[in-house]
Design a protein around this ligand. Structure first.
Ligand code: 3S6
Ligand code: CA
Ligand code: CA
Length: 306
């Protein structure tokens, strides 16, 4: 099992030589991110900590303090609770209102201040904490973790882990909230591939280009290049998708690979609407034709900033 540090919410501790928080009569000032916690207080163990936003809102978040030197804050997870539910309850990163051209941006979670879920539940439901919009970051890290994995096992159980090291977020306002204001996740706001959004090269922490091919359907292999993460892409029918995890999407059937999205997917509407979009196009978890593997369909996508 991965070694996890537990810290009480009063922040009443100091860090010992092993990077473990010790109970002590010292106090520390709350920080805005895991990176700040690492740099100011020299935390070196993964664990859940208390943070404060610039407006004074308190929230807890998981810190990955070990990958590539640590300092990664978990700010969101995209979880598919029912791949057969088409923009129904639980599709918070697309639409819970049904697929409909009259709500082209769906629930707007990528670009608003709504928060939901909780840290320990990140593999059992969607998560979005205030760090999503409050933290100013340079890079992202992504873990695909099997649904319902307990927090202490996330890192070991992940089927894919990677991070960017290009500082790409700095160019787009320092977080995804800002990025998606520049590149709205909204149906009919652009077309494929000319209006597809920013991308970054990735470095694998667990996984490979070959692993990416195993996760997504064989027909989609002709349409993407592994080794990247890309944001706000359109498909053939001008539906908007938020994030393509592990790939640069060159083709226009991105609905079988990319996740999150607006509130309307015209092709066979509402069959492509949902947090994991049309991963099930040729059956659930079949890895046939356009369908993604069972492995990736049943894993939550955890998003970290640093
Ligand atoms: C290589 C097969 C393409 O098949 C088409 O793509 C087919 O007509 C559609 O059902 C399908 C979808 O658009 C895939 O996204
Ligand atoms: Ca969901
Ligand atoms: Ca299509």
């Amino acid at each position: 099992n991965h070694d996890i540090a537990i810290v009480n919410v009063m922040g009443d501790f100091e860090v010992n030589d092993n990077g473990c928080p010790d109970k002590h009569d010292h106090h520390y000032n709350l920080t805005r991110s895991c990176l700040e916690l690492k740099e100011k207080y020299h935390f070196t163990k993964d664990g859940v900590h208390l943070f404060i936003t610039s407006n004074g809102e308190l929230y807890q978040a998981f810190c990955d303090m070990t990958t590539d030197g640590g300092g990664w804050t978990l700010i969101a997870s995209v979880h598919e609770n029912n791949i057969l539910g088409k923009c129904t309850t639980g599709d918070r990163w697309s639409s819970q209102q049904g697929g409909n051209a009259s709500s082209p941006a769906g629930d707007r979670s990528w670009s608003n201040f709504a928060t939901f879920g909780c840290t320990e539940g990140a593999t059992s439901d969607d998560l979005k904490n205030p760090g999503y919009y409050d933290i100013k970051a340079s890079d992202i890290s992504i873990w695909h973790v099997p649904n319902d994995t307990p927090l202490s096992s996330w890192k070991d159980a992940a089927i894919l882990r990677y991070h960017t090291k290009t500082n790409f977020l700095q160019q787009y306002g320092g977080n995804l909230y800002q990025l998606f204001h520049q590149y709205p996740v909204e149906y009919n706001k652009g077309k494929c591939p000319d209006d597809n959004g920013p991308l970054s090269h990735i470095t694998y922490d667990f996984g490979s280009d070959e692993k990416i091919q195993q996760l997504y359907g064989p027909l989609s292999h002709n349409e993407f290049e592994p080794g990247y993460v890309q944001f706000r892409v359109f498909n053939n029918e001008k539906a908007a998708l938020a994030m393509c995890s592990g790939v640069k999407y060159n083709g226009c059937n991105s609905e079988h690979v990319c996740i999150g999205g607006g509130g309307y997917f015209p092709e066979a509407s509402p069959r492509q609407c949902g947090d994991f979009t049309a991963f099930d196009w040729n059956g659930v978890g079949t890895h046939q034709s356009w369908s993604a593997s069972k492995e990736v369909t049943e894993a939550a996508v955890l998003i970290f900033y640093r």
